[in-house]
Design a protein around this ligand. Sequence first.
Ligand code: G3P
Length: 230
Amino acid sequence: MRFLIDSFSPEEIKKVLEYYPAEGVTTNPAIISRERRPLKATLLEIRELIGEKMLHVQTMQKESGAMVDEALKLRDELSVTPDGHDFFIKLPAVPEGLKACAYLSKKGVNVTMTAIFTPMQALLSARCGARFVAPYVNKLDDVGDGEACVEKTARLFEAHKLDTKILSASFRNVSQVTRVALSGSHYCTLPPAFFEKLIYHPMTENALTGFESDWLSAYGNKTPSELMEE
Ligand code: G3P
């Protein structure tokens, strides 16, 4: 499974990119609204930070024609590659979204179908040419089983040889991330603070403390590279 950053904060995105193997950024209307930053300037700042990595931005239009227009406008503004392969328009898994997805996909615009809660929403999206489907794992866990949705979607895509990738979103804990990775999710998108949760373990800290004191008792403050020069 590969990782994306679910954020609209350039500072936090920059920090994650420095340490973690993140392959792009996803945003959604809730995340954007929470930050209260100027939309265009911030999206351009994020694009500058991530270079040609993926950027996913959601439409707020309700009707397919308007979704298409918004997708093309956003792609023109926010893509830095000539073919626009670094930009993904996020469309909702509703009939108008499917219609726009089929049209845009044929035109070569990348679509991520979002707010996916069932394997059938994912299958219809894939058949309309979506590059990604985004199941909301924790939101589903609140009322059912997020992992099961990911696992069934992965089986469907495999059985029917569909290239659409699963981009799992909405997590509250590390166990959910581990389980969707094991169930066939190709990507997940995580808020910046989540990356630290994935790498941190107290036993790792303990092991390092042990190494430090063993080394200190044998070699004092000298480092291996210093000792190699003696
Ligand atoms: O990107 C999806 C995510 O932001 C929505 O899920 O549960 O974190 O609000 P949640």
